[in-house]
Design a protein around this ligand. Structure first.
Ligand SMILES: [Fe+2]
Length: 295
């Protein structure tokens, strides 16, 4: 058997507004339009991924928060409705998804071997979080690939960001090792926004884009700094300043998704492809792709 490979990785943020505005049949609310720059960015990611062959999407979600250990979806099929707790007016999504349980078990075992607290999640009635669903839907709206779902831990708040990053280095390496042993071709998704200060009131028409802009200039500058490092292939430098970025821009990188992705891809030095950047209720979001080994 040929060793498996990470064929691509992406920063794939999960604002439910993007699914709402795209009006897929799975989502109950209907929208007129909205957040086009980010939705078109995802279209470019979809087109790029359509050029390579892969077997599975592996997603690390800030909104499946298991405070003290990393959990993995461990049931082959999930079907239910996911409702965003903050935006039930925008996201009531009927999902029907398949999980690559054998690969999830392999990553879980490798992570445990590396000393991380891990568990397979075997509850068939578990409601999949909207972070997992939005990132997967926007990347692959056909849902024609199985996924591996990985939870995020609360170490950034309970200890600090440096402790979380040390754990994500191990989880990333464990993910890479398991993929190689599996023989599969994987695309990895880090499901997080960048800067994350947001507005607290909605306009009457939620998709009225005249209300949409970055929350403040400070966090915009931070987002541009991070994206500049991605474009220059300086992922190690980006991860080195991620603690300061996370603190000062209140960034959603506190879930560890981006650190996990960079560690799994062994801190890529090739320039990333920035498919687009845009704001959602004032938060900064970038859709960014790193190509891995040639499939
Ligand atoms: Fe979020």
């Amino acid at each position: 058997m040929k060793p498996g490979k990470i064929v691509a990785g992406a920063l794939a943020p999960h604002p439910p507004h993007l699914v709402y505005a795209a009006n897929p049949k799975q989502n109950e609310p209907r929208a007129e339009c909205g957040w086009e720059t980010l939705r078109w960015a995802y279209e470019r990611l979809q087109k790029s991924l359509s050029e390579i062959e892969y077997d599975v999407l592996i997603v690390h979600s800030p909104h499946w928060r298991t405070n003290t250990g990393t959990h993995f979806l461990g049931v082959p099929h999930f079907k239910s409705v996911s409702v965003d707790p903050v935006f039930p007016n925008l996201f009531r999504y009927h999902y029907d998804l398949k999980v690559d349980v054998p690969l999830a078990e392999m990553i879980c075992a490798e992570a445990a071997q590396a000393g991380l607290e891990t568990q397979m999640m075997r509850n068939p009635d578990y409601r999949i979080d909207y972070g997992t669903i939005v990132s997967c839907h926007m990347t692959n709206p056909e849902w024609n690939k199985p996924i591996v779902g990985i939870s995020s831990v609360g170490a950034a708040r309970y200890y600090n960001m440096d402790v979380l990053q040390a754990m994500m280095f191990k989880l990333g390496q464990a993910t890479r090792t398991a993929i190689e042993k599996s023989g599969k071709r994987a695309v990895l998704l880090a499901s997080n926004s960048l800067s994350h200060r947001h507005f607290t009131a909605e306009p009457d028409v939620v998709e009225d884009m005249s209300f949409e802009h970055i929350n403040n200039h400070n966090q915009y500058l931070w987002d541009m700094k991070m994206i500049d490092l991605m474009k220059k292939g300086q992922s190690r430098a980006m991860i080195d300043i991620l603690t300061d970025f996370t603190e000062q821009a209140n960034a959603e990188t506190d879930g560890g998704s981006l650190t996990w992705l960079m560690a799994a891809m062994e801190f890529p030095t090739q320039p990333a492809t920035v498919h687009g950047y845009g704001t959602v209720i004032g938060t900064g979001n970038a859709v960014v792709e790193w190509r891995g080994a040639t499939p």
